[in-house]
Design a protein around this ligand. Structure first.
Ligand SMILES: Nc1ncnc2c1ncn2[C@@H]1O[C@H](COP(=O)(O)OP(=O)(O)OP(=O)(O)O)[C@@H](O)[C@H]1O
Ligand SMILES: [Mg+2]
Length: 245
């Protein structure tokens, strides 16, 4: 499907992320599983994209490939026009440290550290120069509305607040692209919505691009584009101009 490709180039000029002919096969021989096949997509900078599909449809596999955590069996991925498939492990992790933020279903915060320390530690292990880390961490916490509570440990925060801290950690290095695999799956719908509003705000105000997976129809409504996967293939795409496909 290449509907989005044309539309996007028209709409916003810049395509931040592009995938061409992605295929991912796990294992080999008669036990091989084709998790993705013939995936073409093009994501415009400054948009929020939701991937939906039944369990096992390939959402996580696709996100992992887009975020360089995994490599496709076939096909190419381009980030801002630069091909990233074929990068070495070291190149891929350098790219993630600079240009990509990752958020997962389980928040993954360190329990003994405060919200601030979690975010600052994230910057430190990513190897950013220590100078300016405090400001960057506080700015990120501010952007997710958690600055006031930055001295609290994860246990003293609600699930939604913990996920917001995890988002702050993911964006503290100011990546252009945020990839989130079911960021609201552990939250009730109210807290889930709060988290998505933070995403919306990041897209609207900072021009960040967010690609996430979700099972929640309420969340899909807040996305600019919804891509549906079925058995490893894209079966439909909705856009703001054509909400129903
Ligand atoms: N490392 C792996 N080895 C073998 N098969 C795998 C591996 N990872 C995923 N798969 C298979 O690939 C297919 C897609 O899995 P994936 O995790 O991408 O689905 P998903 O859409 O994210 O599902 P869910 O909604 O349950 O998270 C499934 O059939 C899965 O069993
Ligand atoms: Mg998944």
């Amino acid at each position: 499907m290449s509907v989005m490709v044309e539309r996007l180039n028209e709409a916003s000029g810049e395509t931040i992320l592009k995938a061409i002919g992605i295929k991912r096969v796990f294992g080999r021989g008669h036990t091989a599983v084709t998790a993705l096949a013939d995936i073409h997509l093009s994501i415009p900078a400054g948009s929020m994209v939701a991937l939906k599909g039944r369990s096992g449809s390939g959402k996580t596999t696709l996100l992992n490939i887009l975020s360089t955590l995994d490599e496709p069996t076939e096909g190419q991925v381009f980030l801002r026009g630069r091909e990233i498939t074929g990068f070495s492990g070291a190149q891929r992790s350098a790219l993630r440290r600079k240009e990509i933020g990752l958020v997962f279903q389980s928040f993954g915060l360190i329990p003994l550290m405060s919200a601030y320390e979690n975010v600052e530690f994230g910057l430190r292990i990513a190897g950013t120069p220590v100078k300016g880390n405090r400001e960057a961490a506080e700015r990120a916490l501010e952007r997710v509305g958690m600055r006031e509570r930055m001295k609290h440990r994860p246990m003293e925060l609600s699930g939604g607040e913990q996920q917001r801290v995890a988002i702050a950690r993911a964006i503290a290095h100011e990546p252009a692209l945020l990839i989130a695999d079911e960021p609201t799956a552990e939250l009730d719908s109210k807290m889930g919505l709060q988290v998505i509003r933070v995403f919306r705000d990041l897209v609207n105000r900072s021009g960040m691009t967010i690609v996430m997976t979700t099972h929640d129809p309420g969340i899909m409504e807040l996305a600019d584009y919804v891509i549906a996967l079925e058995d490893g293939k894209i079966v439909s795409q909705t856009t703001p101009e054509s909400p129903v496909v």
